[in-house]
Design a protein around this ligand. Structure first.
Ligand SMILES: [Zn+2]
Length: 305
């Protein structure tokens, strides 16, 4: 499955958003954050070379990838990446890239791992995004995907009580507000298979995402209970959030063997897909004529100069 080169699906743009502050830092999400920390620790390879973090936002999860020598911190929003820079600092371990997931600017087979956490949730064309990410991965690379699960207990009860008009059992995604989608676990597995990933493990996450519980039960206890419940993830998936670890399979695309290369060698033109070479101080000029900028340590492949 692919999308036409000059027409990509709509993207949920967090440009200028205070999402990190309002949703995570002051939003009472310590439990969800703790549950995700546990899930990532269980699923991440202990070490690696070059990780792609798709939809990194303000870099909340990025320090959790410390087993990797370098992380490409990617988001659609430049202002989110500026917040990530403030949080993580400008170091050789982090490469900040603004890009559209439907037009990734990376050489095929570049990465030995990738994650996409709380991002698929905003995708109108999820399979196209999974396809793009697969292109950037080496064979055997690990891919950790989080998705919002439409087959969760709350949705089941609401459906059975007649308080919800969509069925959690149908495989189609449900768009409950514009550009916010919940997915059926079976549909996710089917797309992963079609895009040449092999699913290895599921963890169900955030089982206790219920305000009254979060108020009454100490966060550490709730995270601990969640960490136990996560382990049933391979048996059934009825939690609002699911983490899936899969592995890239298939012969194509070949590995680029640039794991130790300078970051300037990572990129292709997102429009014509030719490799970009010889960066100038402020970005790249592609042989197709487009110019891609780099400002304040952030590569911008969202829009040409
Ligand atoms: Zn080009």
């Amino acid at each position: 499955m692919s999308t036409p080169n000059n027409e990509t699906p709509p993207v949920c743009d967090y440009e200028g958003s205070t999402y990190q502050a309002t949703f995570w830092d002051q939003g009472g999400r310590a439990y969800e954050d703790g549950a995700e920390r546990v899930a990532l620790r269980r699923l991440l390879p202990p070490s690696g070379k070059l990780m792609l973090e798709v939809g990194a936002g303000a870099g909340r999860n990025t320090p959790r990838y410390k087993g990797f020598e370098r992380v490409v911190v990617m988001d659609y929003s430049v202002t989110q990446l500026e917040q990530a820079q403030e949080r993580l600092g400008q170091s050789e371990a982090y490469v900040y890239v603004a890009a559209d997931v439907y037009k990734l600017p990376f050489r095929p087979g570049l990465f030995d791992a990738a994650t996409m956490i709380r991002v698929l949730h905003h995708m109108a064309e999820p399979q196209a995004a999974l396809h793009q990410i697969r292109q950037t991965l080496q064979p055997d690379a690990v891919f950790i995907l989080e998705f919002a699960n439409k087959l969760n207990l709350k949705a089941l009860f609401r459906y059975w009580l007649g308080r919800q008009d969509w069925s959690p059992f149908e495989l189609e995604p449900v768009e409950y507000i514009p550009l916010n989608f919940d997915f059926h676990p079976k549909a996710i597995r089917q797309w992963l298979k079609e895009e040449q990933y092999v699913v290895q493990r599921h963890l169900t996450v955030s089982h206790f995402r219920i305000n009254v519980l979060k108020r009454l039960v100490p966060t550490r206890l709730l995270v601990w209970l969640d960490s136990l419940a996560q382990l049933t993830g391979n048996l059934w998936q009825l939690s609002p959030s699911v983490f899936v670890r899969s592995q890239a399979v298939g012969q194509e695309p070949p590995a680029a063997n640039l794991l130790d290369a300078d970051e300037s060698e990572f990129f292709i033109c997102p429009e014509c897909r030719q490799p970009l070479a010889a960066p100038q101080e402020d970005g790249f000029t592609c042989s197709c004529g487009l110019r891609w900028g780099k400002q304040n340590g952030i590569y911008n492949f969202k829009q040409p100069l």
